[in-house]
Design a protein around this ligand. Structure first.
Ligand SMILES: NC(=O)c1ccc[n+]([C@@H]2O[C@H](COP(=O)([O-])OP(=O)(O)OC[C@H]3O[C@@H](n4cnc5c(N)ncnc54)[C@H](O)[C@@H]3O)[C@@H](O)[C@H]2O)c1
Length: 437
């Protein structure tokens, strides 16, 4: 057996910092508290319910992931966060309308105690929102210092051993990489000069990394996916991951597209549209925030299907993604996909998907897994981009010379092999010839 990585034990409490305490964050927090009290099951969470095969199939060693690697216990999680509205988690969850009031009431004593701190917010980056629970400072560097004070106070007050930060705030307008994002020096200078290329999410990410706190980005914003911050993360030995939680329609895409490619079925076009009525839907109703989301959603098929490798099957397929804000649906989105495929001798076929999903129900376990795995990564002294967490993202971050891996099954294999590697277990290749010698 290989040696594995030395992993510090998850002793004491783990603080989970959440910029943005809306539908996803409150569903996550309420869910963890409910699970702790035996009121529900952590369905959809790999860290809580997933297993991992070790060694040969004949050995029948299939422990739960949480028994194989040492993860923080749910009872040791403490939640904190920021929002532009001052409502506590109970009130915000009621407003989000994802979980039933009956469940919220059963944990109200605990979740109503969690109140967001004032946010770093600028309406130029989220045009559809306006809130007054916001910090005041003269420049973006000072805003970062204020966030770092919040982090430090939270740590001291709750006697926390470690922290992680998961961005669950609204999608910001589309930003391209700018030269001020190149180095940490140019980034800090731009913060002090209030440069427009520094979005609020970048200020949170900077504050996290400077505080030694791992950071994951659940939205499609550029945020931590810029050289200045990926370098800073390496320098400070802080793991980072992103971007954009892979839930609903894109999750389905990354399940189905690898199957089509595996069977060498061609694709003429893939049209995806959906209706949703939560605040996220309202924010995405602004074309500039939608552009950020669209870029994140469109990349997936090209990377999975590789038209340059399979021109007869995938060259020039038509791909369209629409999001329609439709208030009556709230968080209960409906997503339709029409997929025009072709088979033997070019004969056309169609696949239709109608996915009545619940966005935040799919996202909450991702927040939990990212919190626990990023904490594990930090205890292993893993730093910078954590590509093995691509499984959770629509636009996985990767090294500049690589293309991202989008295939859900390859992503899962990568994640589990990383856990085997950490523990010094043999990696699984699925060759299996030895069973027939
Ligand atoms: N639910 C999903 O399935 C899913 C999937 C992928 C990505 N996401 C992304 O996750 C994020 C959260 O989604 P949601 O459904 O919870 O949205 P939401 O609108 O319910 O919550 C976002 C919260 O962030 C707050 N906010 C905005 N800017 C802020 C700032 N600068 N600082 C602090 N708080 C700020 C808002 O006031 C709001 O309460 C969105 O960016 C969304 O695009 C969600």
């Amino acid at each position: 057996m290989a040696k594995g990585i030395e992993v510090a034990k998850p002793t004491g409490k783990l603080g989970v910092l959440l910029p943005g305490m809306g539908a996803v964050a409150t569903t996550f927090i309420t869910g963890v508290v409910a699970v702790r009290r035996g009121l529900g099951q952590p369905i959809g969470s790999l860290t809580q319910m997933g297993t991992i095969r070790l060694g040969k199939r004949t050995e029948k060693r299939i422990p739960k992931i949480k028994e194989f690697v040492e993860l923080a216990d749910l009872n040791d999680l403490v939640f904190g966060g920021w929002d532009i509205f001052p409502e506590d988690v109970y009130s915000a969850a009621l407003k989000a309308g994802v979980l039933k009031k009956d469940l919220l009431d059963q944990v109200k004593d605990e979740i109503s105690q969690i109140k967001p701190w004032k946010a770093v917010f600028n309406k130029n980056y989220v045009k559809k929102l306006d809130g007054d629970w916001v910090k005041q400072a003269t420049n973006k560097y000072e805003y970062a210092q204020l966030l770092m004070e919040d982090i430090q106070n939270f740590k001291e007050k709750n006697k926390l051993d470690r922290l992680v930060m998961i961005w669950c705030a609204s999608t910001e307008v589309f930003l391209k990489k700018h030269e001020v994002h190149e180095t940490i020096e140019s980034f800090e200078k731009a913060m002090k000069e209030n440069h427009p290329a520094i979005a609020p999410s970048m200020i949170y990410a900077y504050a996290a990394i400077m505080s030694g706190v791992p950071f994951a980005n659940g939205a499609p914003n550029l945020t931590v996916d810029i050289p200045a911050l990926t370098e800073l993360a390496k320098e400070k030995v802080v793991p980072i991951a992103g971007k954009d939680f892979k839930t609903g329609q894109t999750l389905m895409k990354t399940i189905i597209a690898p199957g089509l490619k595996a069977r060498l079925l061609g694709l003429h076009g893939w049209f995806s549209t959906n209706i949703l009525g939560n605040r996220d839907g309202e924010v995405l109703d602004d074309p500039e925030s939608f552009k950020t989301k669209e870029e994140s959603k469109l990349g997936v098929l090209d990377y999975i299907l590789q038209p340059h490798v399979y021109p007869e099957l995938y060259q020039g397929f038509y791909h369209k993604v629409r999001i329609n804000y439709y208030p009556p649906r709230g968080d209960n989105k409906e997503g339709w996909d029409n997929i025009d495929i072709f088979g033997w001798l070019g004969y056309p076929m169609q696949i239709k998907i109608d996915f009545l999903c619940r966005d935040s129900i799919l996202a909450a376990p991702i927040v939990l897994d990212l919190a626990l795995f990023l904490d594990l990564a930090q205890r292993c002294r893993m730093k910078g981009i954590q590509e093995w967490l691509s499984f959770y993202f629509k636009s996985p971050m990767c090294a500049p010379e690589l293309y991202p891996e989008h295939d859900l099954f390859i992503q899962l294999m990568k994640l589990k092999n990383t856990l085997r590697y950490i523990k010094g277990e043999e990696l699984i290749t699925h060759l299996g010839l030895e069973y027939y010698d």
